[in-house]
Design a protein around this ligand. Sequence first.
Ligand code: AMP
Ligand code: MG
Length: 344
Amino acid sequence: MKYKRLVLLCLIMISLLPIISACGKEPEKTVETEFLMDTLMELTAYGPNGEKAIDAAMGRIKKIDDLMSVSSETGDVYKVNKSAGQNPVKVSDETMYVVQTAQHYSQLSDGAFDITVGPLVNLWGIGKKEEVPSQTAIDGAKALIDYRKLQIDVSSGTIGLPERNMSIDLGAIAKGYAGDEAARIFKEYGVKSGIISLGGNVVVVGARPDGNPWRVGIQNPFKPTGNYVAVVEETDKTVVTSGTYERYFIKDGKRYHHILDPSTGYPADNGLASVSIISDKSIDADALSTTVFLLGPEKGMELVEELSDVECIMITNDKKITVSSGLKDNINITDEEFIYEEGR
Ligand code: AMP
Ligand code: MG
């Protein structure tokens, strides 16, 4: 009798073994990388549907890139810019949404962020050209920039630019939207844990497979990619950074980068090296990282403090780190070369 019970117990234990060992194991991990939207995209998903989710998300990012990049001839932004000075053109719902959001941040910053910055972006061609344009050319481009002239008609779904050579540029915001869409698709496929990394834009989906928050590194603006100055712990959030190190050239010892101040016509020169924004939606974080960078340390931090559920990390050229009030207890400065300054 005793012997039978022992055998039964052993059988139960053996049949439970796979379940017991599976409990302690990390779920399956899928990682894919692709070069899209001028940047390296790395998508990581945990769980059985990871590969399908990543494929669908990559497909969606490609579609967004096609619709919203200035150079894609089949896209909406190209069409809008080509029709400048003529009739407004019909755009897709997603382009309308991104344009409206970009217009919101243009208004919020009084044109420091300006969706019609296209002529200036094109003139400098940062990342393609390495030349400081003439003052005449800069003045010419500046004169074409004015978000208040953009014609947005939601009922007919059309967007128009009233003057020839005006153009819109969604380079500061489209990647943020792509991040939100990738996260939405991950969730649609049942992915509860993952990381969407689109260049300097990170979206963390859920928590880490072990239930702890994700640890997101804040790039050292003066060192190659992957060198971090600080770490934040986040669950279901986005961390987006705009920095002078992303796209630039150096001429006569001066750095010319890709975040252009429409009031001067030159790259923003306010002592900031980078701005990281943490928020719920990546489209907002992307628009805000650029906006806050352009507004500068004081006005930029003021704006962040006014907004709910938005936090910020600023790094200056003289290696000072300032964070918004809601982040003080959730940041770990990991590089001793940087000085942590108490903000407000
Ligand atoms: P980000 O890296 O998100 O800060 O975006 C930088 C990109 O935004 C540039 O490469 C341009 O395409 C675009 N951009 C540059 N200056 C401005 C500006 N003042 N307002 C809106 N977009 C801008
Ligand atoms: Mg941005």
